[in-house]
Each structure stands twice: as C-alpha cells, then as structure tokens.
Write a new protein. Structure first.
Length: 255
C-alpha cells in the first residue's frame, strides 16, 4: 500500500497529462461533455398559448437599410410567446447583415391584469451603438434594476434598430412575449440534480422556451464544434413549433 507521501499530488498528475486530456477530464467533472448516444425529445410547446406579434422586423421609412431577406428577428416560437422560470431571463434575437442602422435598444413592457400592455416600459436599455455585431445576440435582464418578472404575468419585449436616436420613427423593431411560471415540484427536483447537458432536455420537454434556449445556447458556446449540439440546435429552430429555419446556421455574435 502506498503512503500519501508517495502518491503524486493532483496538480502534479495534471501537469503530467497533455493539455487536451486535462481539458477532457475537466469537462467530464463539470458535466459539460455529452455521453455517447445522447438523445433529446425536443421542444414541446404548451397548448393553447399564443400572442399576436411581429417577431421579424418590418421595413421603415429611413435612410438606414438592412437585409430584408433575413431581417431583425426575435427568437421566439411561432406562437410569439415563451415560458420561463427565471425572474431575470435572457432574451435572444438575430442582428441582420448589411445593416446601416446606428444604434439598438431593448425594451420590456408589463401586461396589466386586464390584459393591456402598459405604455411605460418596465425596463429599457440605453441606446447602444453598433460595433459590427452580426448574428445572434442576447440581453439578460439585470438583477440590479429590481425589475424581475412576476409569476403568471405576461410581458412584451422589443428589440429595435435606430437610425437616428433623435428620430423615433426611423426604427425597425421585432418583438416577442414572455410569461414567468412556477416550476412544478417534479421539475424542480429533476433540475436540482441535472447535468448541464440534461437541463436543456428537461426545459424543452416542459415547454420552457427561454430556459431551454439559454441552456442549449450555453452548451454551444462551450462546445461550438459539437455535432450533437449543433444538430439539436438546427432541429429546435426548424421544428414545427418554432419555424426559424433561416437562423439555424447562425451563431452568437462576437462582442
């Protein structure tokens, strides 16, 4: 039997392995790598849930132009609304190419108990200058603002492209809807012990669009060349409930 003084330390063992092997073991310990044969059920949308919306940016009278074939697009299901369990969720959209707009802005509106969208945004970001962003982009609702989503309430969110910040009509926008729900006890229990690669499947089967989207997006960021993840991403966007086929090959923009 070897004494502890004769056993190599964990750090020494790591230094003895090639970098790629150390990276592999680290990923395994964090649950980031997919087991062989991983299969997901895909996104199952809630029944009888829908909102009117404009998830693709419409043309506007402006000197600024953008790609009309693949326009500004909010990443929401075909129903225009998705569910989340997160008080401070992440929202995703697509920034088009050939874009001459100067700024972008995110806004979030609360729906009152009577079903009307409140005129004043619950939250709105500053007008952000474009820095060459193209592709998928995102915005996470900041916890510091104290604007977390209430449960069982709908919200409308909007992403806008602004040609001139002083001309509010010179804008292209896309929008979507979100509703925060309380996870069922069985769902909360499953998530508590789930590995990162399992969380997407749990969220997707439960119809939690925003949570599933973020889980899968995070995995793709960590493993951009993983064929299983990329295939699942394409299946999600091309599914009957989503139908955003044109964005299936897009990646997050580099900031």
């Amino acid at each position: 039997m070897l004494t502890s003084s004769l056993l190599p330390s964990r750090s020494n063992l790591c230094r003895q392995f090639p970098y790629r092997l150390r990276f592999l073991f680290a990923c395994l310990s964090l649950g980031l790598l997919l087991p062989a044969g991983t299969a997901w059920a895909g996104f199952i949308p809630p029944e009888n849930l829908g909102r009117p919306g404009n998830r693709e940016g419409a043309a506007t009278r402006s000197e600024c132009k953008t790609d009309r074939k693949l326009p500004l697009t909010a990443l929401v299901p075909l129903s225009n609304i998705g569910l989340t369990t997160d008080a401070y969720p992440t929202f995703y959209w697509y920034f088009p190419t050939d874009n001459t707009f100067k700024y972008w802005q995110f806004k979030l509106y609360r729906v009152d108990r009577g079903g009307s969208v409140e005129e004043t945004p619950l939250y709105q970001s500053a007008k952000q200058p474009f820095n060459g962003e193209v592709g998928l982009d995102s915005f996470s609702l900041p916890q510091s603002q104290g604007t977390g989503l209430d449960t069982d309430r709908d919200y409308r969110w909007e992403i806008s492209l602004l040609c001139n910040p002083d001309e509010p009509d010179a804008v292209v926008f896309a929008d979507g809807w979100i509703r925060r729900v309380t996870p069922a006890p069985a769902l909360a229990t499953a998530l508590a012990t789930a590995q990162p690669f399992e969380r997407y499947d749990i969220y997707a089967k439960a119809g939690l669009w925003y949570d599933a989207l973020k889980s899968l997006m995070d995995l793709r960021q960590q493993q951009p060349n993983n064929p299983t993840l990329n295939s699942e991403w394409m299946e999600l966007l091309q599914s009957q409930a989503v139908q955003l086929d044109a964005l299936a090959n897009q990646r997050l923009s580099q900031k």
